[in-house]
Design a protein around this ligand. Structure first.
Ligand SMILES: C[S@@+](CC[C@H](N)C(=O)[O-])C[C@H]1O[C@@H](n2cnc3c(N)ncnc32)[C@H](O)[C@@H]1O
Length: 268
């Protein structure tokens, strides 16, 4: 087993924090445990050698690394309070007041697509998106190409659908011969997937009615989180919302967002 020395650990923490905002300062055992075998398989004998290859900015290598150190775990209809809020508060309000009938939504850190597809289903169910006159754009981004390929395919196993309401399962999925479920084309076409590192500047001129960034900030340290939430504030329209994971928090004195209810914030 390749051992991680004190200096290598510190350098690892520094690189991952500076470039990807990922806080690994308390994850020494995780780094060693998850990477040691992979480093050995590459024919390398030390973490220093591996760090050199990371510093060369090999994109595929970096994405493999991030995938090893973070989790892509997700499923349909995760943390249903957010979807309940959309149905009961946000969408009725838009129906009343949004004269242009356009909605711009961003799922930031979308992993394999279950979150943005759930959003497309909830909105479709409310507005009858494909038959009605609403123009809904859902942008879904992640740092990992791998998960985005899976997301674009839109094929999922039974376990990923376990929380989805039965009418949605019937209406929005097609069952394949191998027992897997594919998201219906009418829902897939409403979601655009793109690679985006949340540490980068948001250059997109679009403003969003709602941003979902759930279970992503868990990897970031306090300073990175504050910067990211401030970037989201600029990217959200007035009266727009930021949804974060229920296990995550935003310090009230460090953000201009107003607290609405657990994991829901509003730009007043
Ligand atoms: C646990 S998943 C969350 C998926 C979904 N939002 C949910 O709540 O179920 C976290 C995702 O964040 C992505 N991620 C981590 N760091 C990122 C970064 N700097 N920029 C963009 N995505 C990142 C990971 O690749 C992973 O797919």
């Amino acid at each position: 087993m390749v051992k991680l020395t004190d200096n290598e650990f510190l350098e690892f923490v520094k690189i991952m924090h500076k470039n990807y905002g990922i806080d690994l300062s308390k994850k020494r055992i995780l780094i060693e445990g998850r990477l040691s075998n992979m480093i050995e398989r590459k024919g390398m004998s030390s973490f220093s050698q591996y760090l050199e290859s990371i510093k060369k900015n090999d994109k595929d290598e970096i994405i493999t690394l991030i995938n090893k150190l973070t989790t892509n775990y997700t499923y349909f209809y995760r943390e249903e309070n957010h979807f309940k809020f959309l149905k009961e508060v946000f969408l009725p309000n838009e129906e009343k007041n949004n004269r242009l009938k356009t909605l711009n939504i961003w799922s930031a850190g979308c992993s394999s697509g279950e979150e943005p597809y759930t959003l497309a289903m909830v909105i479709d169910d409310y507005f009858k998106l494909n038959s009605g006159s609403w123009k809904v754009q859902i942008l879904a981004t992640d740092i990992s190409d791998n998960v985005l390929s899976k997301a674009r395919e839109g094929v999922y196993g039974e376990e990923s659908l376990s929380k989805i309401p039965e009418p949605y399962r019937k209406k929005y999925f097609e069952k394949n011969d191998d027992g897997k479920y594919q998201v219906a084309p009418a829902i897939r076409k409403n979601v655009t997937f793109k690679v985006f590192n949340l540490m980068d500047t948001i250059t997109d001129k679009n403003k969003y009615d709602v941003i979902f960034c759930r279970n992503v900030m868990i990897y970031f340290n306090a300073e990175t989180k504050v910067n990211m939430v401030n970037k989201f504030y600029e990217a959200v329209k007035p009266e727009g919302y930021l949804m974060i994971g229920h296990a995550e928090t935003i310090q009230r004195n460090q953000s201009r967002f107003s607290y609405v209810q657990p994991a829901i914030y509003k730009k007043e």
